[in-house]
Ligand binder design. Structure first.
Ligand SMILES: [Cu+2]
Length: 181
């Protein structure tokens, strides 16, 4: 099934990273736009969500941002219809997880990679069970590139990530029960 957009489902399912001014309605900008391209040659590829293992109420999403432009861009907010909140959890060099509240800068000609077992999009308070074969809408709000709407397939625990930039058949993310914040 297709997870409904939050504006339709409940109205308050949007979480932006940090400032209240970043919160915006999670309505698809244009269903005609290609999912993986956006003006300015900033692209989001390889999006997927791991099938959550019941009874957890959270799921982890992953994607790669490739900024092909000549200037940095900032991922300011993320929202999804799949859960009541969505937050970027970024692993630092020591392996500790941090919730990103001030946005994530993607350098000019650089990447920002979320990959299984490491940094992830944590989707909390799922509005419906997610199963392999479902698709999750994720809105990524960039300061310069604007909103990029991606559709992430739900894949099985242990299944290879649908992108060459992520390790195949890696372990499910540890500690998804709220052990980090
Ligand atoms: Cu997390």
């Amino acid at each position: 099934m297709r997870v409904p957009w939050p504006g339709v489902a409940a109205g308050v399912l949007v979480l932006a990273l940090g400032a209240a001014g970043l919160v915006r309605a999670a309505v698809p900008e244009s269903s005609a736009a290609p999912a993986h391209s956006t003006p300015g040659q900033l692209a989001v590829t390889g999006a997927y969500v791991r099938e959550p293992v019941p009874p957890t109420q959270v799921a982890a999403g992953y994607f790669t941002v490739r900024n092909g432009t000549n200037r940095p861009d900032v991922l300011e907010g993320v929202s999804t219809g799949a859960g009541l909140s969505a937050q970027l959890h970024v692993m630092d060099r020591s392996g500790a997880m941090h919730a990103m509240t001030g946005g994530v800068t993607v350098p000019a000609h650089g990447d920002f990679v979320l990959t299984t077992g490491q940094s992830h999009l944590m989707i909390s308070q799922l509005v419906a069970p997610l199963h392999v074969g479902d698709h999750v809408n994720i809105d990524l709000d960039f300061r310069t590139a604007g909103t990029v709407d991606v559709v992430a397939p739900v894949i099985a625990v242990g299944a290879p990530a649908p992108t060459a930039s992520a390790p195949a058949a890696s372990a499910p993310m540890p500690a998804m029960s709220g052990a980090h914040s």
